[in-house]
Design a binder for this molecule. Structure first.
Ligand code: MOS
Length: 708
C-alpha cells in the first residue's frame, strides 16, 4: 500500500465532510430543550443605562427571559474579589456603556426568530456621556502600553543625519476578520457546577480555562467542543463576553442556550485589526547602506481594555541597521476592543517598513531587491543571536524569477501594456517561529489502525490532515489507517491555534508520540529500539495479547532554541495593471515565497498561502471599516458595504516554499506559515502600484479615487 511521507500533498482528511455538509459547526448541534439568545445593543456610544423596559419583550410569544444588568446573576469571575478576574468587558455586570453596540440585554426565547423579534421590543433609557471615537482627533492621547518598552539601538533618530532620508506616514484603517462562520455558542449546564459548550474557538483549552475562571468551576467540569471552525483569523483567540453571557443565560433559564452573533455584531463584539498610523524615518548612504530607522506607531484600542500588537518590532531586526528606535502607543476610544488579526501587528508594521524601503529604493536609484540584499541581516541584531535558519535571499531570488522581475521598469509610470500601466512590487516580512508545550495521545488498535487525539483546533489550515501525514511518515503506515481528532477539551492539552505555531507545537507532540509508540512496539517485537525495519503493528499486539496500545506523549520547546532567533520569512511579489484614466487596479499575479522551514503538507500549505495572499489583497485594495464619529458606529458594518475581495479580484497566486528544515526549532523543522502568508502582501501591491503609476499610496486601501 502507498505510504505517505512528510512533504507530500495529502488531500484534506475532513474535506469530504466539509463540502458535503457532514461537518458539524458549533451552531449545528441539536441539544434537547434548546433555546435561543439574541443580544440587544446599546444605541449610545458612552454613558450608563438608567432603565430597561422589558415588559413588551417578556409578553412576546416564546420569550423565556430578558437578561439585563438589573436582573442578571453575578458572574463570579467578573467581581473584583475573584482570584483570577476576567479581563475586558463584563456584560450585564454593571450599567456602563463603553461603545455603540455593546450589548445591554439578552433575550432568550424558544426560537431564534421569536428572540430576534422580542429583542426589538426592549427599550432602554440612558444617561449620556460624551464619547470619543475619532482616532485622528485623539492621537495625542496615545499612551505607552504597560507591556511594551520603547526600543533604542545605537543613536536615536540617526536617520536624520543620513545623506538620503525618507520621512513618511502610513495609515491602515480598521479591518474586520469576517470569517464565513458567525460566532456562535451553545451552552448547557449538566449539573450545578458543570457546563458544556459548543463554541467557535481557536483553543478549547484556553476556552475551558476562561469559562472555569468566569464561573469559578473546576476546569474538568467545563467541556468545550469546537470540532469544526469556519474561519477565525484571530477573532476566536479569546473567550468573548457574549460566550460568558450564553452560559449565564443557560444558568438563569435552566435550559441550553444558543447565542449567535449577527454579521453586524461581528463588527463590534469580536475584535478587528485596529486603525494604525505609523511614522517611519529611514536614512541611508547614497549607495543604499541603511544608517538608521525610526518607527513610531499609534493604534486605537478600547477605553475598557488595552490591546497591543507588535507593529514596530519588525523594523528592529529585518534589516542590518546600526541605529534603530521604535515607539508604540495606543489611543483609547469608545470602540470595541481590537484583537489579533492574521499576521497581526507584523503585517501592519511591514506595510509601513516595506513601503518606506521602497520609497528609499527610488531615492537612491537602486533596485528594491538590490537594496534589500545590500542590507541583509546575517544575524538578529535585536536579540543579538544567530538565526536558527534564514533563507530570505533564496526567497528574493525565486520570487523575482517567477514574477518576471526583469520586466520591471526602474522608472515608474513608463511600462505600458495596451491601456494598462504595468508595475512590479516586492514586500517582505518575518514572523516569530513559536513552539509551546503540547500533548498527544496515540492509540494503536488491533486492526493496525491508529487514532491520535489532541486538544488543538483547526480554524482552516487543515490541522488534522497534517497531523495524519506526520504520523503516516513516522509510523510508516498509510495515511488512511490514521485518524486525528481535535477540538475537544477533554483531549490531551494543546495550545491555542494562533501565532502560526500548531505544527511546531502539536506536530512535534504527534511526532514524538509516534516515535514512542514505535519504540514500544519494537521492544515488544524484540527488535532494537531504533530499528527501521517494518513491523506488523497488528501482529505485535496480538502476539502480546494486547487489546490495544495507548501512549500519551508530552512535547516541549528545547533549550537549544534559546540560543537562536527563530523566524519565518517572506518575500511577496505582485504584478499590477493600473488603468490610467479610471485608476482601477487589476492585480495580475502574486508570487508568495516563504522560508517557513520544512513544509509538512504541500497541498494544504499552498492553500493556506493563497488564503493569506487573498487577505493581503483585501488589506491592500478593499478593506476598510468606516466610522461615523457623530454616532460612534460603523457605516459599513455589513457584508454589502464592507468589501472583501471576491473571486474576480483574485489573480493567479503562486505559493513557493524554500522548504528547508530548520535544524533547531522542532524535530520536523517547521517554522509556521499562518501569519507569514499575509505579512508583506499589502506593501508588495502598494509598491507595484507605485512602480506602475508613480503614485505612492500611503493610506490603505488603494481605491481608484486615490489614483486619479
Ligand atoms: Mo492568529 S492572528 O494568531 O489567529
Amino acid at each position: 500500500m502507498k505510504k505517505e511521507t512528510i512533504g507530500d500533498s495529502l488531500r484534506r482528511v475532513d474535506g469530504r465532510l466539509k463540502v458535503t455538509g457532514g461537518a458539524k459547526y458549533s451552531g449545528e448541534y441539536e441539544v434537547p430543550g434548546l433555546t435561543y439568545g439574541v443580544l440587544v445593543p446599546a444605541i449610545i456610544t458612552s454613558g450608563t443605562v438608567t432603565t430597561i423596559d422589558t415588559k413588551a419583550a417578556l409578553r412576546a410569544p416564546g420569550v423565556l427571559a430578558v437578561i439585563t444588568p438589573f436582573n442578571a446573576i453575578k458572574v463570579p469571575g467578573y467581581q473584583p474579589e475573584a482570584p483570577t478576574r476576567i479581563k475586558g468587558l463584563k456584560l450585564f455586570n454593571d450599567t456602563q456603556v463603553y461603545f455603540n453596540g455593546q450589548p445591554i440585554a439578552l433575550v432568550v426565547a424558544d426560537t431564534f426568530e421569536r428572540a430576534t423579534h422580542a429583542a426589538g421590543l426592549v427599550k432602554a433609557t440612558y444617561q449620556l456621556q460624551s464619547h470619543e471615537t475619532n482616532f485622528h482627533k485623539n492621537i495625542e492621547k496615545g499612551v505607552s502600553p504597560q507591556n511594551n518598552k520603547d526600543y533604542v539601538r545605537g543613536d536615536v533618530n540617526a536617520y536624520k543625519d543620513a545623506p538620503i532620508k525618507i520621512e513618511q506616514e502610513y495609515m491602515l484603517p480598521s479591518e474586520m476578520h469576517n470569517p464565513m462562520e458567525l460566532h456562535v455558542t451553545t451552552a448547557f449546564w449538566t449539573g450545578d457546577d458543570k457546563v458544556t459548550l459548543y463554541t467557535k474557538s481557536q483553543g478549547v483549552i484556553s476556552s475551558q480555562r476562561a469559562v472555569a475562571n468566569a464561573f469559578q468551576l473546576d476546569a474538568k467540569n467545563v467541556q468545550i467542543n469546537s470540532r469544526f471552525v469556519g474561519g477565525a483569523f484571530g477573532s476566536s483567540l479569546r473567550t468573548w463576553p457574549h460566550e460568558i453571557a450564553a452560559i449565564q443565560a443557560a444558568k438563569m433559564v435552566k435550559r441550553p442556550v444558543k447565542l449567535t452573533l449577527t454579521r453586524e455584531q461581528m463588527f463590534t463584539l469580536v475584535g478587528y485589526r485596529p486603525l494604525t498610523i505609523q511614522k517611519i524615518g529611514i536614512g541611508a548612504t547614497a549607495d543604499g547602506k541603511l544608517v538608521g530607522i525610526s518607527h513610531e506607531s499609534h493604534s486605537q484600542t478600547a477605553v475598557y481594555e488595552e490591546f497591543t500588537e507588535r507593529s514596530v518590532n519588525v523594523s528592529r531586526f529585518l534589516y542590518d541597521i546600526p541605529n534603530v528606535n521604535t515607539l508604540y502607543k495606543v489611543v483609547p476610544l469608545n470602540v470595541g476592543v481590537p484583537a489579533p488579526m492574521r499576521g497581526p501587528g507584523e503585517a501592519t508594521g511591514s506595510f509601513a517598513l516595506e513601503s518606506a524601503l521602497d520609497e528609499l529604493s527610488y531615492a537612491v536609484n537602486m533596485d528594491p531587491i538590490e537594496l534589500r540584499l545590500k542590507n541583509y541581516a546575517e544575524t538578529d541584531l535585536e536579540k543579538n543571536l544567530p538565526w536558527s535558519s534564514k533563507y530570505l535571499k533564496e526567497c528574493y531570488q525565486k520570487g523575482a524569477e517567477r514574477i518576471g522581475w526583469s520586466n520591471r521598469a526602474a522608472k515608474p509610470g513608463t511600462n505600458r501594456d495596451g491601456e494598462g500601466l504595468v508595475g512590479y512590487g516586492i514586500g517582505c516580512g518575518a514572523f516569530g517561529a513559536y513552539r509551546s508545550r503540547a500533548l498527544a495521545k496515540i492509540k494503536l488498535m488491533p486492526d493496525g489502525s491508529v487514532n491520535i487525539k489532541s486538544a488543538t483546533s483547526d480554524i482552516g489550515p487543515g490541522t488534522a490532515t497534517s497531523m495524519v501525514l506526520i504520523a503516516a511518515d513516522i509510523l510508516n503506515i498509510p495515511a488512511k489507517k490514521i485518524t486525528f481528532e481535535l477540538g475537544d477539551s477533554s483531549f490531551p492539552v494543546a495550545p491555542t491555534q494562533g501565532g502560526s505555531a500548531t505544527i511546531s507545537s502539536v506536530g512535534s507532540a504527534v511526532h514524538d508520540a509516534c516515535i514512542a509508540l514505535k519504540q514500544k512496539l519494537n521492544a515488544l517485537a524484540g527488535k532494537l529500539e531504533d530499528s527501521n525495519d517494518d513491523i506488523d503493528y497488528a501482529k505485535v499486539l496480538s502476539q502480546n495479547n494486547l487489546p490495544f496500545l495507548e501512549i500519551t506523549q508530552e512535547s516541549n520547546a528545547n533549550e537549544e532554541g534559546k540560543k537562536y532567533s527563530m523566524y519565518s520569512f517572506s518575500a511577496h511579489f505582485a504584478q499590477v495593471y493600473v488603468h490610467p484614466l479610471t485608476g482601477v487596479v487589476k492585480i495580475k499575479k502574486v508570487v508568495a515565497v516563504v522560508d517557513a522551514g520544512k513544509i509538512v503538507n504541500h497541498k494544504t500549505a499552498s492553500s493556506q498561502m493563497i488564503g493569506g495572499a487573498v487577505g493581503g489583497i483585501g488589506m491592500a485594495m478593499t478593506e476598510e471599516a468606516v466610522f461615523d464619529d457623530r454616532f460612534g458606529r460603523y457605516i459599513n458594518g455589513n457584508f454589502a458595504d464592507y468589501h472583501v475581495p471576491v473571486n474576480a479580484d483574485i489573480p493567479q497566486i503562486e505559493a513557493i516554499f524554500i522548504d528547508r528544515p530548520d535544524p533547531i526549532i522542532n524535530p520536523i523543522g517547521t517554522k509556521g506559515i499562518g501569519e507569514i502568508s499575509l505579512i508583506g502582501v499589502a506593501p508588495a501591491i502598494a509598491n507595484a502600484v507605485y512602480n506602475a503609476t508613480g503614485k505612492r499610496i500611503r493610506e490603505l486601501p488603494i481605491t481608484p479615487d486615490k489614483l486619479i
